[in-house]
Write a protein that binds this ligand. Structure first.
Ligand code: ATP
Ligand code: MG
Length: 722
């Protein structure tokens, strides 16, 4: 088998061969990026079939996305001795699709609410009924609900200690009731339902256990509790479970992923064999080196250092463009040069970013230069975003007062129900045409005085836009309506959300800045949206030679010869919601919150690590000097490598106390620091960890009682305003 692999050019190293040869019992392969984990999983599947004569129907492979599952099947199909009929019989699935199929087969036939937009409509209706539409955003409620479900907390088990918790529980229960009544389930219900089903129906569980004798899970570091429990159930009692993953690449914590599952795997499966891979085959050594440099600053991890096999190559390059538009121009002209000279193909290039709202400028620049691209997961255009569209609708009305679609978009900002309002306007307008159809609203009986006032005010305002440049109009809208809207939202803990709203609107301003009239700006947007649609049509062809754009989250497991990591500035990486001190103040910081804060920062660092380790030959890191109109620093994760910070290297290296878990004493009463804590219960000695060298020490003894010390966190009190 291995000789025939060699003939195909797959020359494996010793630990890889060991892992592939592993036959029965649990196996853990915990290893760094690009060390061949997925390759091993694929080759072992071939080995089980070709050498151990396992029936392909007894094999289950689980990955985190459909794209990854399809790719895995393709790779298995290329192995020696595997033909099409075999791959067709292997189940290579995502958790979600696998368990949904089981639910379907066993009588759980409710419709899935696939569209989040629909879910939002339902939630908004519930909020309106409870008079809470200005207090909560559906987005945040859903992420909260999802977080509970992934931790296997049912709705009846939700906490109800504070008034707010009680309110949240009521909202969520109403949503669940609505689903039951209407015979629907949502995305998050699938796994929890599957778990309940398997617990109730032992016979079903047994048949699954008998069918799937060999289970392998890729990217295990991102499994959440309910996924883990499901897998544990299915692999019993044989425990032929192979998991591969890298604790440094846990980036789905918001989805309930916990890297302690992989770190503690050997405790849960005591007879597990552990194989480590430490050779990176993907990237040049300077890229591997940068990855190691970044991730070593995380404290909660299994320490590992990757060795590179590919020679030095080109060292990573650092760009400091003025802003995102300048960044996009520089990158696109570089891409054009490389492709025109024949050195690269478009498909060699991956452009990665922290969040999908970072890609506006680069998309526009690619479109302008007619460069083919594939945007993964970019279903919605920036200009269609729920935060952006109402603002643009105001501009649209300034150009055309009878734009009914725009009227519909503006209605909610006047606290008027969208559907009912529009219907009334259309009816009235068919009887009597008005220059400003929005005026019809004034004659509606139910309309309250304050709304009438608002409508008049708004019309006046829109009229003044006619002579304004786009940026001024947008700023006006923000000041007059949006900020107020955000203000009313102050009660709930959704500062993270506010941050996103602010950021998205800042981005809209940067985009508008380049235009002198609203008309020009709007027609540019139309072109961008049309082109994007066109490109989407062409993108179905997978082998298309196109630049690939995606968030870092989506890039997991993938590799590209050339990677551009864009918007690598403080505030975006790490994201401001993680480091914002005001946010902390807002939350009445307590010790627990600060700890959460520091682990959120570690997650941001893992994101940086995942991004960097996608590159095979060339890596560009770009940190705009002005980000959304504000001067920003280079991301702390790359600062020490950045030429413009050469002199500050020490400062960057010493950021441990600043970056990990502390917040500015100006605002905080408490500060958390990393520390050695004496394990002797009667001795309260602790010592602050001041350097990375110290943080990497394995053990230390207490200077007073000599008992061993362990690493942990210590909250210390600081005077406010200190
Ligand atoms: P990630 O952590 O990003 O998911 P991974 O550990 O799954 O990475 P793979 O994607 O399996 O790594 O492998 C990375 C690259 O190294 C791939 O291009 C793969 O073909 C190559 N590779 C793996 N093992 C070997 C080997 N023994 N010799 C040469 N190339 C290898
Ligand atoms: Mg992989």
């Amino acid at each position: 088998y291995f000789r025939s692999l060699e003939k195909l050019g797959i020359l494996l190293n010793e630990p890889q061969i060991q892992a592939i040869r592993h036959f029965q019992g649990p196996l853990l392969t915990l290893a760094g990026a690009g060390s061949g984990k997925t390759s091993v999983l694929v080759c072992r599947t071939g080995y089980l079939i070709s050498v151990r004569k396992v029936d392909p129907r007894n094999i289950l492979l689980v990955t985190f996305s459909k794209k990854a599952a399809d790719e895995m099947k393709e790779r298995i199909a290329q192995l020696p001795g595997i033909d099409k009929s075999i791959t067709e019989n292997i189940q290579a699935r995502t958790f979600h699709s696998f368990f949904l199929a089981i639910l379907r087969k066993h009588g759980v036939l409710q419709d899935i609410i696939g569209e989040t937009r629909y879910q939002h409509i339902v939630m908004k209706k519930i909020l309106r009924e409870m008079g809470l539409q200005d207090t909560y955003q559906p987005e945040t409620l859903f992420s909260l609900l999802s977080a509970y479900k992934m931790q296997m907390v049912g709705v009846d088990q939700l906490p109800e200690k504070t008034e707010e918790e009680i309110e949240l529980k009521q909202i969520i229960s109403r949503y669940e009731e609505w689903k039951n009544k209407n015979n629907k389930i949502d995305f998050d219900d699938v796994l929890l339902r599957a778990y309940q089903l398997l617990q109730q129906k032992q016979s079903l569980l047994h048949s699954l256990q008998k069918r799937f004798l060999y289970v392998s899970v890729d990217e295990f570091q991102d499994t959440n509790m309910v996924q883990y429990e499901l897998i544990k159930m299915i692999v019993n009692p044989l425990q032929n479970l192979m998991i591969v993953g890298d604790d440094d690449q846990t980036i789905y914590s918001f989805n309930g992923a916990r890297n302690d599952f992989i770190l503690n795997f050997a405790k849960v499966f005591p007879n597990a064999k552990t194989i480590t891979l430490d050779i990176n085959y993907r990237s040049t050594s300077s890229i591997v080196g940068l990855g190691n440099e970044i991730i070593k600053h995380n404290i909660k991890r299994k320490k590992k250092t990757l060795k590179a096999t590919r020679k030095n190559g080109i060292t990573p390059r650092y760009m400091s463009p003025k802003n995102s538009d300048d960044e996009a121009e520089k990158i696109v002209s570089h891409i054009l040069r490389e492709v025109e000279s024949g050195k690269r193909r478009f498909s060699d290039i991956g452009i990665l970013y922290r969040s999908s709202n970072n890609n506006r400028a680069i998309l526009e620049q690619l479109i302008r230069n007619e460069i083919p691209f594939i945007e993964y997961g970019g279903d919605e255009s920036f200009y269609d975003h729920w935060i952006v569209k109402p603002v643009l609708d105001h501009l649209r009305l300034a150009i055309n007062r009878r734009d009914f679609e725009a009227i519909e978009g503006v209605l909610p900002t006047l606290y008027i129900n969208r559907e009912q309002g529009l219907q009334y306007i259309l009816e009235q307008d068919s009887v009597q045409k008005k220059k400003w159809p929005l005026i019809h609203m004034l004659s509606l009986q139910e309309i309250k005085d304050f709304q009438k006032e608002k409508i008049m005010e708004r019309l006046k305002c829109i009229k003044t836009f006619e002579s304004m440049i786009p940026i001024d109009a947008i700023q006006h809208i923000r000041r007059e309506f949006y900020d107020q809207f955000l203000e009313t939202n102050k009660r709930h803990k959704l500062t993270h959300h506010k941050e996103i709203i602010r950021e998205t609107l800042d981005e809209l301003e940067s985009s508008a800045k380049r235009f002198n009239t609203i008309e020009e700006f709007l027609s540019f947007i139309t072109i961008v949206m049309e082109k994007r649609q066109e490109m989407k049509q062409q993108q179905k062809d997978k082998r298309k030679n196109a630049v690939q754009l995606m968030t870092i989250h989506k890039s997991k497991g993938l590799e590209f010869p050339v990677v551009f990591l864009i918007s690598a500035s403080e505030g975006n990486m790490p994201h401001s919601s993680v480091i914002d001190v005001e946010r902390m103040e807002d939350l009445y910081v307590d010790f627990k919150e600060i700890l959460k804060e520091s682990s959120a920062l570690e997650e941001e660092r893992r994101l940086a690590y995942v991004a960097v380790t996608r590159a095979q030959e060339e890596l560009f890191i770009s940190s705009p000097m002005y980000y959304r109109g504000k001067k920003v620093e280079v991301s702390r994760f790359f600062m020490s490598a950045y030429p413009r910070y050469e002199a500050n290297k020490r400062k960057a290296d010493n950021r441990i106390t600043k970056s990990e878990g502390t917040i500015s004493p100006m605002y905080a009463k408490q500060e958390t620091v990393y520390a050695w804590l004496c394990t002797n219960g009667s001795c309260n000695v602790w010592q602050r960890i001041l350097s990375y060298e110290e943080a990497e020490l394995k053990s230390k003894n207490c200077p007073v009682c000599k008992a061993p010390m362990e690493k942990g966190s210590k909250a210390i009190l600081k005077r406010q305003g200190y």
